[in-house]
Design a binder for this molecule. Structure first.
Ligand SMILES: *Cc1c(COP(=O)(O)O)cnc(C)c1O
Length: 391
């Protein structure tokens, strides 16, 4: 037995929920957080045990002591890897954590792997998800591998590869005339009748635990010295909130004692509810109207964890920055041609955000900084090629 979960807790008011029951949001419709008996872990295991005892498991699965599975046999192995830190600029301390190398080509694999494995432990048979593409693909893959039915709802202008990969990996996939929050409403309306478990971002507790592993990986990769700055393309914000949870858990365990990074949330200027709320000093974000951006992964007009994202940015002394779609594409094309690195638009957005932060004097180019390339650039539309060869 390796599980140290004590209970689930409302992220707003702290009331408790049971680990061995199926849960979505708390009674007041806020995200639930998984709580562990950190004292017990601390007394029983060292940091070395944490990274070694389950090192036979692929990628992020090895961090079992701080993951919520009841049984190691529930692990769904699609060949997860520890994602590399790639140097893609002339700045010596600037790295992309390249999440495009994970199964299904995006970091959505982390969250959905954990959430689907836990759903299976809880006896869930049908799962539905609203998605801008990558989450649907990850759900499809892990659910099919686990023998669970999946239903994917995405906006009709989702990148075509995302729609097709979800369907091909076994999800019943539907496109709708609307945005991701409209997909979410549709699921909420039909889930009871259809018997679906709603696995939307932060509307169940375990995707966050999967995303948390980015924080563990970073700590281990950097020899338990965290970077000064982290730039995260922010939609629902699971990764930002998750990494912060990871750092806090490691600190309480006494496994890190360095300063925490400044957390930078990057959004598109045509869909930036968090940036707006941050600038206005608000605790919650207003829904963004007419959300548009070619960085589809961050086209999220409403985030149920908005207050947690804003808390994290402020607590970390970070910042929220909006970048234009033209800047995103310029950065994507630029690092592709100069460094041979094909980022996704969301990843390129973090580089555009980093440049802005440099100009604003929020970061220094000598500070160790990690940008997140959350998916492989191969999933997204690329410019046509029309060269004519003249002999
Ligand atoms: C989902 C997604 C994001 C946003 O991640 P959140 O944790 O939901 O904020 C960013 N980039 C890509 C490629 C994504 O698929």
């Amino acid at each position: 037995m390796h599980n140290f979960v004590t209970h689930l807790e409302c992220s707003k008011v702290g009331d408790h929920y049971k680990y061995d029951e199926i849960n979505n949001l708390s009674k007041i419709n806020k995200p639930l957080l998984v709580k562990y008996d950190l004292e017990k872990i601390k007394n029983k295991f060292s940091r070395k045990d944490f990274i070694q005892d389950f090192s036979q498991l692929p990628g992020f699965w090895k961090y079992q002591y701080l993951l919520p599975l009841a049984n190691v046999s529930s692990v769904i192995d699609l060949g997860e890897v520890i994602t590399p830190l790639v140097k893609v600029s002339t700045f010596p301390n600037l790295f992309f954590k390249d999440e495009g190398r994970l199964p299904t080509g995006s970091f959505k694999a982390r969250g959905l792997a954990l959430a689907v494995a836990r759903a299976k432990e809880l006896g869930i048979k049908k799962i539905a998800i609203p998605t801008n593409g990558n989450a649907g693909a990850a759900l499809a893959a892990y659910a099919s591998a686990a023998g669970i039915e999946s239903y994917v709802f995405c906006p009709k202008d989702t990148p075509p590869i995302n729609i097709k990969e979800a369907e091909l990996q076994g999800a019943k996939t539907f496109t709708i005339d609307g945005l991701i929050n409209d997909c979410g409403l549709l699921i909420a309306e039909h889930k009871e009748k259809e018997g679906w478990f709603d696995i939307s971002t932060l509307k169940e507790p375990y995707r966050l635990e999967g995303k948390k592993t980015m924080g563990f990986e970073l700590a281990e990769q950097l020899n338990w010295q965290l970077p000064k700055n982290i730039f995260y393309p922010t939609g629902g914000g699971t990764g930002l909130i998750g990494m912060w949870k990871a750092f806090n858990e490691l600190k309480k365990l006494g496994w890190i004692d360095c300063e925490f990074p400044k957390m930078f949330a990057i959004q598109s200027s045509t869909c930036s509810p968090i940036v707006k709320a941050f600038n206005e000093g608000k605790d919650y974000a207003d829904p963004w109207l007419n959300a548009q951006t070619l960085a589809s992964g961050i086209r999220v007009p409403v985030a149920v964890g908005d207050f947690l994202i804003l808390q994290t940015i402020r607590e970390s002394n970070g910042y929220a920055i909006a970048v234009d779609d033209q800047e995103i594409i310029r950065e994507r094309d630029n690092i592709a041609t100069t460094h041979g690195f094909l980022a996704c638009p969301e990843g390129a957005a973090t580089l555009a955000g980093y440049n802005k932060a440099l100009q604003m004097g929020l970061v220094d180019e000598n500070e160790k900084t990690v940008l997140f390339n959350c998916a492989t650039g191969l999933k997204y539309p690329m410019p046509e090629v029309n060269n004519k060869f003249h002999e």
